[in-house]
Design a protein around this ligand. Structure first.
Ligand code: F3S
Length: 411
């Protein structure tokens, strides 16, 4: 591959992976079984102007492993509403088309495991993925092995290889800190607050949660996503729940935790307060669905909005994958949300999408602000100031966010 026998795209991909492996002292290349790539691969143009993707596609090149395209930079149904320029949208469509010709499945979701899967049993399997929330979920809940990758995921998909370092190695998968969860976790936003709290304490390490009883998939989705934002957590364990932590001993591989932290209700409440800039005020924008909402979440949101109307001047967005949106359309939930004045956005989210509020703006443009912002996710609360230029941030559970969308106030 490195010598160029399999073409320019394979050669450049392998060059990158070799450099990555050398930087981390990897001893060998692993065979990977699945990749989740970002759309950034489409920018792979050589200094001499050669477009390696187009060249490879013309020659009928196929990715070496099952590969999904993660979340995109545009909602192909709502790009005009989101004020995304046409040429930007066309570029994203072109990139997706190129990916599909190479065999990529367009999950267009930051929870691709909910809609597509990886065409391989995950436990103990080396994969390569973009996007911190899905990476943390793949590692923690599914027991697959991935580092925090970016374009390396595409190169891994092209070659089927990845250097053996980081979370592919047993020694880096053992727990470091024990969180004894005494607080009752009442909803998925409590899980999000807990994840953020733990992430802030452990940074790059591996938290182990003990005392969490019977979480749902969406609870674990919010927990893992928030650990990756409070710190830069790539892997966590939940004792008796996640596959590498059937017991505390297994989670720590027999080692002693570096620290034991008790989590009472006060720690959860303090995290709500920490991520909120204010306790009350008018609301301009409500965003639910970070990470992308499952059909179960959309169903609950539709029921909460039943017979209600979003307050004049308030924008309510629910972000999800196109596949879940299509299911919600066929079940009538999307209509119910629209009827109430909400909008179901798919493929992307405000943090990723370009465009608003004008042809050259992104959400973080200095002249733009999303206004007073409410969310049920620690991740979007965290990004609200730097990425969406929110004036006030309100972080609370789904019911509270829907109430704010209807009344136009947070209290
Ligand atoms: Fe997904 Fe965007 Fe949140 S990528 S995890 S919805 S910030």
């Amino acid at each position: 591959m490195l010598a160029g026998e399999f073409g320019g795209l394979v050669q450049e991909s392998m060059k990158h992976l070799v450099k990555l492996g050398e930087a981390y002292n990897a001893e060998r290349m692993l065979e990977i079984k699945y990749a989740n790539s970002g759309v950034g691969f489409a920018a792979l143009v050589m200094p001499d102007g050669r477009n390696l993707i187009e060249d490879a596609v013309k020659k009928g090149f196929r990715l070496k492993v099952p590969t999904t395209l993660g979340q995109d930079l545009v909602d192909f149904d709502n790009w005009e509403l989101m004020k995304v320029p046409r040429d930007f949208t066309d570029n994203c469509r072109w990139a997706m088309g190129m990916g599909m010709k190479m065999g990529m499945v367009p999950a267009l979701a930051c929870a691709p495991y909910e809609v597509v899967g990886m065409d391989w049993h995950p436990l103990g399997t080396s994969i390569s993925s973009v996007e911190s929330s899905v990476i943390a979920y793949f590692n923690s809940v599914m027991g697959a092995r991935t580092n925090r990758d970016f374009t390396a995921s595409f190169f891994a998909a092209v070659t089927g290889k990845y250097p053996e370092f980081g979370y592919h190695l047993d020694e880096n998968r053992k727990g470091t800190h024990l969180f004894e969860v005494e607080a009752e976790l009442r909803n998925k936003t409590d899980y999000s607050a807990l994840g953020y709290y733990a992430g802030e304490i452990v940074g790059l390490d591996v938290p182990v949660f003990d005392g969490i009883k019977a979480p749902k998939m969406d609870d674990l989705k919010l927990l893992t996503a928030a650990t990756a934002v409070g710190g830069a957590v790539t892997l966590c364990h939940v004792v008796g729940v996640t596959p590498e932590a059937r017991t505390i001993e297994e989670a720590f591989c027999g080692d002693k935790p570096a620290d034991k932290i008790k989590v009472a209700r006060s720690e959860i409440e303090d995290t709500y307060a920490e991520l909120s800039t204010d306790a009350e005020g008018g609301v301009d924008f409500v965003w639910l669905g970070c990470p992308h909402a499952s059909i179960w979440e959309l169903q609950k949101i539709a029921r909460l909005l039943d017979g209600k109307k979003v307050h004049k001047g308030v924008t309510l967005w629910i972000t999800t994958s196109p596949h879940v949106k299509s299911l919600a359309e066929s079940m009538g939930h999307a209509d119910a949300i629209r009827h109430a004045g909400g909008i179901v956005i798919s493929c992307t989210c405000p943090v990723l999408s370009g465009g608003c509020p004008g042809p050259t703006y992104a959400y973080n443009h200095p002249e733009y602000s999303i206004g007073n912002f409410a969310t049920d996710s620690a991740k979007s609360a965290y990004y609200a100031k730097p990425m969406l230029r929110a004036t006030k941030v309100f972080f609370g559970n789904r019911e509270k966010c829907i109430e704010a969308a209807i009344t136009g106030r947070w209290s």
